[in-house]
Design a protein around this ligand. Structure first.
Ligand SMILES: *[C@@H]1O[C@H](CO)[C@@H](O)[C@H](O)[C@H]1NC(C)=O
Ligand SMILES: *[C@@H]1O[C@H](CO)[C@@H](O)[C@H](O)[C@H]1NC(C)=O
Ligand SMILES: *[C@@H]1O[C@H](CO)[C@@H](O)[C@H](O)[C@H]1NC(C)=O
Ligand SMILES: *[C@@H]1O[C@H](CO)[C@@H](O)[C@H](O)[C@H]1NC(C)=O
Ligand SMILES: *[C@@H]1O[C@H](CO)[C@@H](O)[C@H](O)[C@H]1NC(C)=O
Ligand SMILES: *[C@@H]1O[C@H](CO)[C@@H](O)[C@H](O)[C@H]1NC(C)=O
Ligand SMILES: *[C@@H]1O[C@H](CO)[C@@H](O)[C@H](O)[C@H]1NC(C)=O
Ligand SMILES: *[C@@H]1O[C@H](CO)[C@@H](O)[C@H](O)[C@H]1NC(C)=O
Ligand SMILES: *[C@@H]1O[C@H](CO)[C@@H](O)[C@H](O)[C@H]1NC(C)=O
Ligand SMILES: *[C@@H]1O[C@H](CO)[C@@H](O)[C@H](O)[C@H]1NC(C)=O
Ligand SMILES: *[C@@H]1O[C@H](CO)[C@@H](O)[C@H](O)[C@H]1NC(C)=O
Ligand SMILES: *[C@@H]1O[C@H](CO)[C@@H](O)[C@H](O)[C@H]1NC(C)=O
Length: 349
């Protein structure tokens, strides 16, 4: 009987720990730093992409589609099953050594809401109610009013990891996971995960925890004064940038190089081209001899979209990078062209 009871309570504990998500804040050490955050939302009930977009106040559905690598024509009313995971992109800011979503989402209290319900159920445990209380200066957690707007502080970070810029992904740990397995799945190390998440031992991992997992992003030549710098796009995702005039995607199989092309979503965009004899359009490449020339995205500012010509030479003779010319042009008509002799691969067989 006693064995039975303890078995049942053990099973109950497992069931409980695998149904609930619980967040601890992510460390973020440069005050005021801003970046893009990403977190798993495990939907408690059946819902739609549109309802999720509304809940998290994501401006464009395509940002959610890109983060989840869903086709761009996925309809907003697409059903999301209960317990299905959707990745949510959001703006992140460092504050008091902790990264939190930068005043988005705001949640509007409805009658009979409680802070615990909002934290644990509506936002599926991605925040705790004391965290909501703290950022909203609520002195009495039992006193919130219908219509009141609450800032929901989702966990995130802008810190470099091992000297690399990464996307800090708030991964909701599925039941039966191990730190080593997660490290392998996301090509990071167990030690890195333990350190980032303030875990002393791999045994401290709980199902439902929101784990800070650093994701490697594709590299690019985006200049550090571009408005979207450093534009970190992890493997298997895509984003729109430069007022939606450019779509960039990352595929590890493509040597971890960011791939960007013109997007004509914004009617005031025109196709972006690199200047040069070949009139390459953004993302196109051409080959001549041992040179492989690609027109790549280099950032944007209030006036212009920047492009760069990237010549990869498979010849041993051309070895280093050099900027050749720089020219500014206005939005839509103009582009800067920087010729960069970027990477010279070693002599290929
Ligand atoms: C989504 O909306 C389209 C038309 O707007 C409709 O044809 C389709 O049946 C809807 N799908 C679902 C799952 O509601
Ligand atoms: C999920 O559904 C249950 C039962 O219908 C309801 O009580 C609960 O409030 C719903 N949760 C959310 C987050 O909508
Ligand atoms: C909370 O109070 C602090 C100072 O007491 C203030 O700086 C901050 O803006 C307030 N936050 C909100 C969300 O009202
Ligand atoms: C995984 O990470 C290691 C070290 O960071 C790196 O050398 C290796 O190429 C990565 N593997 C993949 C498939 O990206
Ligand atoms: C790390 O965890 C320990 C207890 O396990 C706690 O005392 C400490 O404040 C935590 N540090 C951070 C930075 O969260
Ligand atoms: C931006 O890059 C330039 C050269 O590429 C460098 O001189 C400058 O220090 C960088 N600025 C910042 C803020 O990193
Ligand atoms: C990149 O993502 C694809 C799926 O989008 C996956 O099959 C592949 O294993 C990933 N590669 C790395 C190195 O993470
Ligand atoms: C479209 O581009 C213009 C500038 O070219 C920008 O002002 C506007 O905000 C963009 N619209 C969208 C929806 O991105
Ligand atoms: C590139 O564009 C210029 C002017 O638009 C044109 O004169 C030239 O023939 C084009 N070159 C090629 C290779 O299409
Ligand atoms: C260049 O890219 C455009 C689309 O961006 C494509 O239609 C065209 O075929 C490409 N040209 C070459 C030579 O690859
Ligand atoms: C390759 O690029 C280099 C540097 O731009 C240039 O000097 C050389 O003539 C090019 N070779 C071919 C075959 O186009
Ligand atoms: C590239 O240049 C360095 C020195 O500038 C030289 O040591 C190296 O051998 C060169 N590599 C090739 C492939 O020519």
């Amino acid at each position: 009987m006693a064995i039975f009871r303890s078995l049942i309570s053990t099973l109950l504990l497992i069931a409980i720990s695998s149904t609930f998500t619980f967040a601890q804040p992510f460390r973020c050490t440069s005050p005021g730093a801003k970046c893009d955050g990403l977190v798993d939302y495990v939907s408690p009930n059946q819902t739609t992409l549109y309802a999720i977009k509304t809940l998290f106040q994501v401006k464009n559905l395509r940002s959610i589609l890109g983060a989840n690598n869903l086709p761009l024509d996925t309809p907003a009313n697409t059903t999301v099953a209960a317990k299905q995971t959707i990745k949510i992109p959001f703006p992140c800011i460092c504050r008091k050594n902790t990264g939190i979503s930068n005043r988005r989402p705001y949640y509007t209290v409805i009658p009979d809401d409680g802070l615990y319900h909002i934290a644990a159920e509506v936002f599926a445990g991605l925040v705790t109610f004391p965290q909501i209380q703290e950022v909203n200066n609520i002195s009495n957690p039992n006193l919130i009013l219908a219509g009141q707007k609450l800032w929901i502080p989702l966990p995130c970070s802008c810190d470099d990891v091992d000297g690399q810029k990464v996307v800090h992904y708030g991964y909701v740990v599925p039941a039966g996971s191990s730190v080593g397995g997660i490290a392998q799945q996301f090509n990071t190390s167990q030690d890195t995960l333990l350190r980032l998440n303030n875990l002393t031992s791999p045994k401290d991992l709980d199902a439902g925890a929101v784990l800070d997992v650093p994701l490697r992003a594709c590299s690019s030549v985006i200049s550090n004064n571009s408005l979207d710098y450093p534009l970190l796009v992890p493997n298997g995702t895509y984003v729109f940038t430069a007022n939606n005039c450019v779509r960039c995607s990352c595929d590890a199989a493509n040597n971890w190089m960011l791939q960007c092309e013109s997007s004509l979503i914004n009617s005031s965009c025109s196709a972006v081209q690199c200047d040069g004899p070949e009139n390459l359009s953004l993302g196109n490449s051409s080959s001549s001899g041992c040179n492989h020339t690609t027109c790549t995205y280099a950032g944007y500012n209030r006036q212009e979209i920047l492009t760069a010509i990237n010549v990869q030479s498979t010849c041993a003779a051309y070895n280093n990078s050099s900027a050749i010319s720089l020219q500014g042009l206005r939005w839509n008509f103009l582009r800067i062209f920087i010729h960069i002799l970027l990477i010279c691969l070693p002599f290929l067989k």
